[in-house]
Design a binder for this molecule. Structure first.
Ligand code: CAA
Ligand code: NAD
Length: 324
């Protein structure tokens, strides 16, 4: 028996629609055009990786300046990969980077940017209202069979899409990438209870087709990685606030004593302190099963840094100073 999604595809594309949806179809057959909304560190990383694996990508952000920042981020990151790929050949490095950037076009017009998309991945600010408004607009302009995905760190995928039609919700999924996207192999793929098995399968195929490894999980706060990582980061900040050790010693301890590639303060700065704050504040006030949990109660130190605009690596100052 056909699921509603399969029925719609058959209606849309007959045998072709069915082929596009068969689990044996490669993603390059099924998902060709990706639109990434939000060209910050995550969105630029996702766009870059999708284009590296031959997808046509549109990157949407609010201003030409934001798009330019995204482009610079991608150029730098691709440059690092190219140096390893063609160590002896700077001309080939440049060609390779240019050919990938050539598959990514920027846009500040959301409706135009999503109008041809097979998949829209959102990587904008971690705020439920802003994300819901964005997807209301996306739903007005994207093709009816477009897959809608959020890269949220902490928000319930089901809530982000709750105001959309049942048909749109069946095509919505969590695709949670990790920073830096070019280097981190994992993508969490989130079942919502409303998305169909075909969509989860298609999301898994896409993840593998861009060289990543998926982990499937249910729609619970923080999925797998952040549900474990955020309590750790917050406990590190509490150690600092209680004067147990300074941030350098805590970072050194976790790198040399526990084998982590970055200490908790380096990692928080790398993620972005605004994002860390948005995650813990959201969980403390409204997180399913986490509301009022002392692990996530407001941290004076974190609040002070964010209020001062010290957001970590991306602003040049966080727990550490990154200005040259
Ligand atoms: N683009 C492309 N490649 C990059 C890169 C980037 N932005 N950053 C690092 N790399 C590559 C380097 O080229 C290098 O590659 P090779 O090993 O093949 O030579 C490799 O990564 C290691 O880089 P470096 O030698 O420069 O530096 P490092 O050893 O300190 O590694 C790191 C950097 C990969 C970021 C490492 O410190 C690390 O893994 N840190 C932890 C990152 C992490 O935990 N991320 C998850 C954050 S949580 C999250 O993302 C979820 C959320 O919702 C908040
Ligand atoms: P960022 O601050 O680097 O970038 C956000 C980008 O979104 C900015 O360029 C901003 O101009 C743009 N933007 C904001 N509102 C927009 C809108 N309405 N339309 C189009 N563009 C808009 O943030 P980031 O670190 O890339 O995080 C983005 C999302 O990814 C968040 O939901 C975050 O929780 C999640 N995430 C972050 C990390 C991380 O380590 N930073 C890891 C995984 C997931």
């Amino acid at each position: 028996m056909y699921t509603p999604v399969l029925r719609r595809l058959v209606a849309l594309g007959g045998a072709q629609g069915m082929r596009a949806f068969s689990s044996s179809a490669t993603v390059s057959e099924a998902i060709k055009r990706i639109t990434v909304v939000g060209g910050g560190q995550m969105g630029a990383g996702i766009a870059q990786v999708a284009a590296t694996f031959d997808h046509q990508v549109t990157l949407v952000d609010v201003s030409p300046e934001a798009l330019e920042r995204g482009r610079q981020y991608m150029g730098k990151s691709l440059g690092r990969v190219a140096k390893k790929k063609f160590p002896e050949d700077p001309a080939q490095q440049t060609n390779w980077v240019d050919s990938i950037l050539g598959r990514i076009q920027g846009s500040t017009e959301l409706s135009k940017g999503v109008s041809q998309a097979d998949l829209v991945v959102e990587a904008i600010v971690e705020n439920i209202n802003v994300k819901q408004r964005l997807f209301a607009d996306v739903a007005q302009a994207a093709p009816a069979d477009c897959i809608l995905a959020s890269n949220t760190s902490s928000l319930p995928i089901g809530r982000i899409f709750e105001n959309l039609s049942a048909e749109r919700r069946a095509l919505a999924v969590g695709l949670h990438f990790f920073n830096p996207v070019a280097q981190m192999k994992l993508v969490e793929v989130v079942r919502t209870g409303e998305n169909s098995e075909e969509i989860v399968q298609k999301a898994l195929d896409f993840v593998r087709a861009i060289g990543k490894s998926p982990a499937v999980c249910q729609d619970t706060p923080g999925f797998i990685v952040n549900r474990l990582l955020l309590p750790y980061m917050m406990e590190a900040i509490r150690l600092l606030e209680r004067g147990v050790a300074d941030s350098r010693d805590i970072d050194t301890a976790m790198k040399l004593g526990a084998g982590y590639p970055m200490g908790p303060f380096e990692l928080a700065d790398y993620v972005g302190l605004d994002t860390v704050k948005a995650i813990v504040d959201g969980w403390y006030t409204d997180g399913e099963g986490l509301k009022g949990d002392s692990l996530f109660m407001p941290s004076p130190k974190l609040n002070e840094l964010v209020a001062a605009g010290h957001l970590g690596v991306k602003s040049g100052q966080g727990f550490y100073n990154y200005k040259k």
